[in-house]
Design a binder for this molecule. Structure first.
Ligand SMILES: Cc1cc2nc3c(=O)[nH]c(=O)nc-3n(C[C@H](O)[C@H](O)[C@H](O)COP(=O)(O)O)c2cc1C
Length: 462
């Protein structure tokens, strides 16, 4: 695929030749100008943009140039794109590249978001919706809203408030925060001033050296008044190929991930970006048969399996209830396997092939959330909760704890406006009748269920 520099693209701004850059790809949209711009015509795609050649956001101004700039007040930022834009200006190039990056050609990252644009809402009228209650309960714990912070490593790369800043912001909204195995602060620090009843989860990347993971579980078990779940991430047994992140390690050779290196490790392989460095030591040999019984020996906390991407695996996970209480449909924000499906595809697959899973365990989703309407659409399809990864990190980058609060504020307000306009007073009133997902259904997996052939079809048990 050809790579263009920004200067070449900038020459095509007239009605005779008009190019646009979307998610790192260059498209020729000249033919669409006089007609409907919808649809992604593959033939219009010309190649990739070289991010190094772009002005903001792909190439933020150097720190020195930025110091006289006054940040806009956070309340003047009205949506998540504006928050990301400010964070992009303020963060170091390397931190930004780590947060922003995704695997290969970034298809999964782009489609995580685009899929929501292709679901149409069906508002009902003459419903009294003066009041709107967006609170809910997740695996038995009450939360202020169905929006949670997905585990994301190295929050202090974005702002010194780090994961604790996210925790303080989440507490104002009663939101669940799942803390990454590769957090830049200790779990004890992060939850140290949690409010009573505030809900946390601990995300686990099982280590090759199992003793390290077991020792961490001992620490988390001791804080079971705050940690209500262990989230086992399964979609990245090996790290994805994140070229933007990898490239950035050539800009500044300082080993960002050194903070997470334990004393007994003398060296890690260099290069490969922050993501690859953090991955060092993570086990790739997890299995249904061995790992869940191992976990049961080391914690009584409910297990949430993260990174489920097919209905078969959702069905299997449901068989491990009640140890497994929820699954998160996720493609890791497009950072692991590129062209893996958006969570909404997997959710639709579950509805089609094994809807009973939705009654047996909770199904949560993450990836691509930019608007309150995105959250509501996932809830309408049966998701109990919806996670944000980058949005929380970019909130931090834009304004520390206050920036994350602004992200919550925007999403909560958008979500409640959407519910009122749909005619839904509370979360339980939302259902598939409120959406038309036909455009997306067209693209979901259409093969055999596979459950019987794999010996998985034990419908009567569910
Ligand atoms: C910078 C960054 C670091 C991440 N680190 C982790 C991690 O340590 N563990 C994990 O399970 N998922 C991790 N994720 C994936 C998120 O939990 C989540 O699945 C993803 O960000 C959701 O997509 P979104 O960023 O579009 O909201 C990370 C994501 C980002 C952007």
């Amino acid at each position: 695929m050809k790579t263009f520099n920004a200067e070449e693209v900038a020459k095509h701004t007239s009605p005779d030749s008009c190019w646009v850059v979307l998610y790192g790809h260059v498209y020729d949209v000249t033919d669409f100008l006089s007609s409907h711009p919808g649809g992604s015509k593959p033939e219009a795609k010309l190649g990739k943009i070289d991010p190094q050649t772009l002005a903001n956001p792909a190439k933020p101004a150097a720190k020195e140039e930025k110091k006289d700039e006054v940040d806009p007040p956070l309340e003047s930022l009205l949506n998540l794109d504006e928050i990301e834009e400010l964070a992009t200006k303020k963060m170091s190039r390397r931190a930004w590249a780590y947060y922003y990056s995704s695997a290969d050609d970034t298809w999964s990252k782009s489609n995580n978001n685009l899929v929501y644009r292709n679901i149409i809402l069906r508002p009902r009228v003459f419903v009294d919706c003066t009041a709107c209650d967006s609170s809910t309960a997740l695996i038995g714990t009450k939360v202020g809203l169905p929006l949670f912070v997905a585990p994301a490593a190295m929050a202090r790369l974005g702002h010194p408030d780090g994961e604790q800043g996210i925790a303080r912001a989440a507490s104002k909204f009663g939101a669940l925060q799942i803390i990454s195995n590769n957090a830049s602060m200790t779990p004890e620090q992060i939850v140290s001033d949690a409010k009573p009843g505030q809900m946390f989860g601990w995300q686990l990347y099982v280590q090759n050296d199992r003793a390290k993971s077991e020792a961490m579980l001992v620490r988390i078990n001791k804080m079971a008044d705050k940690f209500k779940l262990i989230c086992l991430t399964l979609d990245a047994p090996v790290p994805g190929k994140r070229e933007l992140d990898e490239k950035s390690s050539f800009i500044n050779a300082a080993p960002v991930a050194a903070a997470t290196k334990t004393g007994d490790e003398s060296s890690r392989p260099g290069g490969g970006g922050v993501g690859q460095q953090l991955f060092w030591g993570t086990a790739a040999d997890l299995t249904w048969k061995a790992t869940l019984p191992w976990l049961a020996k080391h914690t009584d906390l409910p297990i949430v399996l993260k990174g489920i991407q097919t209905h078969e695996d959702a069905y299997l996970a449901a068989q491990y209830a009640p140890q497994v209480k929820a699954i998160i449909l996720s493609n890791h924000g497009g950072r692991a396997l590129d062209t893996a499906p958006p969570a909404i595809h997997t959710l639709l697959e579950i509805r089609k092939y094994c809807p009973e899973v939705l009654n047996k365990i909770e199904v949560w989703v993450d990836g691509g959330i930019k608007r309150g309407t995105d959250i509501v659409k996932a809830l309408c399809l049966g998701a109990k909760a919806v996670g944000i990864g980058r949005a929380a990190l970019f909130g931090l980058g834009a304004g520390g704890q206050a920036g994350v609060e602004r992200v919550f504020e925007i999403l909560k307000a958008e979500m409640e406006t959407c519910m009122k306009l749909l005619g839904a007073k509370d979360i339980s009133a939302l259902g598939p009748q409120h959406i038309n997902a036909r455009m997306v259904e067209r693209d979901i997996y259409d093969g055999a269920a596979g459950l019987d052939k794999m010996g998985l079809w034990t419908k009567s048990k569910l």
